[in-house]
Design a protein around this ligand. Structure first.
Ligand code: THU
Length: 136
């Protein structure tokens, strides 16, 4: 756990975009708001598919939106879900986030006001990175 609290704006953005989630199969709606080093915010939500394995998580959706807009340096991520238990990002999202921000500050909040904080290197302590690849 880390002490850093996200801005209210980032938390509000994550909670707001959660309502755009397309989750007819799990009924588990997730929103994510990713802050860049330059102060921009990119949001994402989970988008499910009838072919379940093609569903995409909110966190990766936010990363893809940011990268498509030319942003690759991030300072904080807020995840929003409904209910009482904050959700940590899944393994696939941890790996994708680590590509750009291995020490990212992550907060997960819920509509009922619960909140948890981590740094990404706590959640993914031994990531596979570009340094893991052989050099040509
Ligand atoms: N989900 C996310 O959006 N983020 C995560 O880190 C974990 C899971 C979504 C995927 C799926 O649409 C739903 O939550 C249930 O797994």
């Amino acid at each position: 756990m880390i002490d850093a609290a996200p801005t209210d704006a980032l938390r509000a953005a994550a909670l707001s975009v959660m309502s755009q989630a397309y989750a007819p199969y799990s009924r588990f709606r997730v929103g994510a708001a990713l802050a860049t080093t330059g102060g921009r915010t990119f949001v994402g939500c989970n988008v499910e598919n009838a072919s379940y394995g093609e569903s995409i998580c909110a966190e990766r959706s936010a990363v893809l939106a940011a990268v498509a807009h030319g942003e690759r340096a991030f300072t904080a991520l807020v995840i929003a879900t409904e209910g009482s238990t904050p959700a940590a990002p899944c393994g696939a999202c941890r790996q994708v986030l680590a590509e750009f921000a291995p020490s990212l500050e992550i907060t997960s909040c819920t509509t009922l006001g619960a909140e948890s904080h981590w740094s990404l290197d706590q959640l993914l302590p031994a990531p596979f990175t570009s340094n893991s690849l052989p050099r040509s």
